[in-house]
Design a protein around this ligand. Structure first.
Ligand code: GDP
Length: 236
């Protein structure tokens, strides 16, 4: 095989494939997030043609902070401990130049002690229905405070989505507030979560120290922009 003189001296350029983004560019893409709509009930969620990524997690896990950090917006998602407020599904559009190429869905945090039992059950049902029936759901991000680990409700959620994960749904566990753990605790939390994530990815994340932010943004970009080859399978 002939080579251009000098070509072997330098490694191939690390530029991404056409259409692909670097992690830093993926963060820029996340910054385009804007409010799309809020739905108090599943049947009010508008259908759309874009890949959707759902953020779920126990109340206080750090979900709102994570969404705001990823999108670099102070109040896109906000935590409210008022039951009436938290019980809506909020959608955000993503995409440059006002064009939408993905949608984020912020699902209500669960497990908050002060919510009446009836409301809790109703919301577990709404969440389960969403996770099972939402057609264009491409991935689920489960937020977890590693100091508490996966709770019983997290486990139920894992069970609910397992068949879809087996059928190709992307799944990521974000271990939030990692700045509260030392290196050893972080490593331990990672390995425990990997055991429980049922084949999903696991990442450490700190809004305070900006740990994992670019990485997660990049992953979400890749989920919503799969390479054509991966979509279409081998060429005929
Ligand atoms: P949500 O109920 O899941 O939306 O949780 P929030 O985003 O409101 O976060 C719950 C609490 O955890 C708040 O007091 C946040 O300031 C705190 N928190 C969230 N993310 C981080 C983080 O990365 N580091 C630290 N130290 N605290 C965090």
């Amino acid at each position: 095989m002939t080579q251009t003189p000098g070509a072997s001296a330098s490694p191939p350029p690390a530029s991404p494939a056409a259409g692909a983004l670097t992690p830093a560019q993926a963060l820029g893409w996340m910054h385009t997030a804007r409010f799309l709509t809020t739905a108090p009930k599943l049947e009010f969620l508008p259908p759309h043609d874009h890949p959707e990524i759902a953020f779920v997690g126990r109340s206080n896990a750090g979900k709102s902070t994570c969404i705001n950090t990823l999108t670099q917006q102070k109040r896109l998602a906000f935590a409210s401990k008022t039951p009436g407020r938290t019980q809506s599904i909020n959608l955000f559009s993503l995409g440059k130049q006002g064009q939408t190429d993905a949608v984020l869905a912020d699902l209500p945090g669960y497990g908050y002690a002060a919510v009446p039992k009836q409301d809790k059950l109703r919301w577990q049902q709404v969440m389960a229905n969403y996770l099972v029936t939402r057609d264009n759901l491409r991935g689920v991000v489960l937020l977890c405070d590693p100091r508490h680990g996966l709770t019983e409700l997290d486990e139920i959620l894992l069970e609910v989505i397992r068949p879809r994960v087996e059928a190709g749904l992307k799944f990521l566990v974000i271990l939030t507030k990692s700045d509260k753990l030392n290196k050893q605790e972080q490593a331990k939390a990672l390995s425990i979560a990997r055991l429980n994530a049922g084949g999903g990815d696991v990442r450490l994340f700190s809004a305070l120290k900006k740990q994992g932010v670019e990485e997660v943004a990049h992953l979400l970009w890749q989920w919503t922009h799969p390479e054509p080859a991966a979509q279409a399978g081998p060429a005929q």
